[in-house]
Design a binder for this molecule. Structure first.
Ligand code: NAD
Ligand code: DAU
Length: 332
């Protein structure tokens, strides 16, 4: 048994990973989370107190970070500012958390010689044309578009440098778009589900032809655990589940599953610099580490996610008005 330090473990994907670790391993978990607007203690509710401890703090604070990293056997680094639209209105917290925060963790992991796994995104590779047969691979050159994705790209490069220059025992994973329970209502799928619950029409940026490669957060967690256990040091693994859909298809699936007409949505102002298409080739993860996703039916996963938001209004309701106010100010 060992102790994992999970940064950002009160957010959407980090909390999913903490639940996954508790259910599938005998590791203890210490969560380091600043509880920004995106973090919520309630996402860790129901977990055993003798195995999961939450420390509220900033990953860019060396004094907080050093002791926690020293006390852990491995660091799994999820904490980030994660939303592209926010990064367009104010990039500064993205530089602080994604770059300075990652640097601070890496320095502590180097001092204490700790195993490090860095969670990143397919957005570091930029975007693909709609009719391009190519998908992202670990060899695709970095070409990020937004303040969010460029700070994530910078954080990946820091990790690679710490491996090569200082011998840090680190791995990196770049995953596609996640969906599932406990995702903040600012994100595309929960925004539309909670809009429909509120009697508000879904909002589609531009024509809705942008493609995202959807994966259930549970599958992301099982992949990260597999990389932590069996991944080769210094390697990058891409995580995806062949879930390409355009945004119009996703909105229409939500409307259908929630008993609405197929055209009951509105087109709104497009995102500046909006990436067209993401697509992951996860062959390396599947063949080398023998990982397979569990959720292969997107509509079934989406239906379960809709059920979760219907049953857990107390979790998302406190976020909803503030998220919509930000969108109204940005014209979305
Ligand atoms: P999220 O916004 O839901 O959660 C982020 C968490 O990090 C929150 O709990 C927040 O309080 C915490 N945090 C933010 N700044 C912090 C700081 N300075 N110190 C400590 N904690 C801080 O994000 P998410 O969607 O769960 O994404 C988690 C990670 O996964 C990120 O690194 C993101 O880049 C990556 N990722 C996300 C997706 C996706 O589809 N959401 C896909 C691929 C990769
Ligand atoms: O690809 C992985 C990335 O996926 C992660 O790194 C990010 O942290 C995560 O937020 C996500 O980024 P996206 O920008 O793709 O996700 P978002 O949910 O913001 O938007 C998904 C798509 O839906 C995108 O093309 C924009 C569009 N959209 C979004 C919102 C909020 C709409 O059409 N309407 C909306 O109201």
């Amino acid at each position: 048994m060992s102790t994992l330090l999970v940064t950002g473990g009160a957010g959407f994907i980090g909390s999913n990973f903490v639940h996954h670790v508790v259910e599938h391993t005998d590791h203890d978990v210490v969560v380091l989370d600043k509880l920004t607007y995106a973090g919520d203690r309630a996402s860790l509710a129901g977990l055993p107190e003798d195995r999961v401890r939450l420390v509220v703090g900033d990953i860019a604070d060396p004094e907080v970070v050093d002791g926690l990293v020293g006390d852990a056997d491995a660091v799994v680094h999820y904490a980030a500012e994660s939303h592209n639209d926010n990064s367009l209105s104010d990039p500064s917290p993205f530089v602080h958390t994604n770059l300075i925060g990652t640097f601070t963790l890496l320095e502590a992991a180097r001092r204490h010689a700790r195993r490090f796994h860095h969670i990143s995104t397919d957005e570091v590779y930029g975007d693909l044309e709609l009719d391009d047969p190519a998908k992202f691979t670990p060899e695709t050159p970095y070409n990020p578009s937004s303040p969010y994705s460029s700070t994530k790209a910078g954080s990946d490069l820091l990790v690679r440098a710490w491996v090569r220059s200082f011998g840090l025992e680190a791995t990196i994973s770049n995953c596609s778009n996640n969906y599932g329970p406990r995702q903040h209502v600012e994100k595309f799928i929960p925004r539309q589900i909670t809009n429909v619950i509120d009697g508000v029409r879904p909002r589609l940026y531009g024509a809705g032809e942008n493609v995202r490669d959807w994966i259930h957060a549970d599958d992301h967690s099982s992949a990260v655990l597999r990389i932590l256990e069996r991944g080769r040091i210094g390697e990058t693994y891409l995580i995806g589940a062949d879930g390409e859909r355009n945004n119009l298809e996703v909105v229409q699936a939500i409307l259908r599953l929630m008993g609405q007409e197929a055209d009951a949505f509105d087109h709104v102002a497009d995102r500046a610099g909006h990436d067209l298409r993401y697509a992951i080739d996860a062959t390396k993860l599947r063949e080398e580490l023998e990982w397979e996703p569990t959720y292969t039916d997107f509509e079934a996963g989406l239906a379960a996610t809709i059920d979760w938001y219907r049953a857990n209004e107390a979790w998302w309701r406190p976020q909803k008005a503030a998220a919509e106010a930000k969108y109204a100010a940005a014209g979305h």
